[in-house]
Design a protein around this ligand. Structure first.
Ligand SMILES: C[S@@+](CC[C@H](N)C(=O)[O-])C[C@H]1O[C@@H](n2cnc3c(N)ncnc32)[C@H](O)[C@@H]1O
Length: 303
């Protein structure tokens, strides 16, 4: 399948990254390489891009798409929570720009066998990195009922978390849940019919919660963003695009902490959001929020 993913908040992100010829850039969430390609175009000639993704399929697609840039591109399969180590191992100088475009990519959602989508029946998987052991199937079938309720409430912001966890627990006593379709059915049973008739798909919040738990997305974001603040070159910029309030809260707090510590200066007081036109052309952008910050100049060097 061709890996098509429409980059979100593209012109806004590029404006904040302010790419320049010869600059060093790290794309921590390479995906299909949409943002990366534009960064490379804007850092011509001589700019270098280190691209990271946990997902082997994403890296493969990006490798193909970015092939015309030849040795200006280095790709690594890894978790951006290990950003500092990955950058050090690359032996590249300190980067002028670092990008996080969080969440899953459209192709991950569209490939049924990955188990990310509640729209198609597939094995309960949801791993971004297939080398990882923990899957959604394990969480759903083996985590204690109260732990299930906690993640569904915290990561899914689902008010019916306790009921959903209870129904899952009842169901798995009879036979393990194997597929996304089976899980959707249990969630639908747990949420009262009158509530189900309004708002988004009843399984949306629980699926988001499981995905975050399987991939420890929030833990990775805290660590990756803190590392970005430390490794940026003086004057270098970091951009974070988030897609739900939990991610945005972590982005906001981590950037503020780094600003309070005198490492970063915030460039966005409020997050930048997409315009009407982008939302119409790409509904996935609807909930996107961009925050940007700049590494302050090293005082000792200025002295
Ligand atoms: C929204 S997509 C990025 C799309 C990309 N900006 C583009 O324009 O094509 C997010 C990507 O980040 C990857 N990802 C999510 N969390 C990650 C992590 N902790 N470490 C590395 N990659 C991660 C996912 O596998 C996915 O491919």
């Amino acid at each position: 399948m061709r890996f098509q993913h429409q980059p979100v908040l593209l012109s806004e992100t590029l404006a904040y990254l302010a790419c320049r010829p010869g600059g060093i850039y790290i794309d921590c969430t390479l995906g299909g390489g949409g943002h990366a390609r534009e960064i490379l175009l804007r850092s011509t000639p001589g700019g270098l891009l280190l691209g990271i993704d946990r997902d082997a399929a994403a890296l493969e697609a990006a490798r193909e798409r970015l092939a015309p840039f030849k040795e200006r591109v280095r790709l690594v399969q890894g978790n951006f929570r290990e950003l500092a180590g990955i950058w050090r191992a690359s032996s590249l100088p300190a980067p002028q720009g670092i990008l996080f475009d969080l969440g899953v990519s459209s192709p991950q959602l569209d490939e049924p066998e990955r188990g990310f989508s509640y729209q198609v029946d597939a094995p309960l998987d949801m791993r971004m990195d297939k080398r990882q052991e923990l899957t959604a199937r394990q969480i759903v079938n083996t985590w204690p009922r109260h732990e299930l309720a906690r993640i569904i409430r915290e990561y899914g912001e689902e008010r019916w978390a306790l009921r959903i966890a209870g129904f899952i627990d009842e169901r798995r006593r009879r036979a393990p849940l194997e597929t996304t379709g089976e899980l959707v059915d249990v969630i639908k049973e747990a949420i009262p019919a009158a509530v189900r008739r309004h708002g988004p798909h009843p399984a949306r919040r629980t699926f988001q919660a499981l995905r975050i738990a399987v991939n420890d997305e929030l833990g990775a974001l805290k660590e990756g963003l803190a590392a970005a603040g430390h490794i940026l070159a003086p004057g270098g910029r970091v951009c974070v695009i988030s897609f739900h309030s939990l991610e945005d809260r972590i982005a906001k707090h981590t950037l503020r902490q780094l600003a309070a510590a005198g490492e970063l200066e915030l460039l966005t007081k409020k997050p930048v959001t997409p315009g009407e036109e982008e939302i119409q052309n790409n509904p996935r952008s609807r909930s996107a929020k961009l925050r940007a910050a700049e590494r302050v100049l090293d005082q000792r060097r200025d002295a």
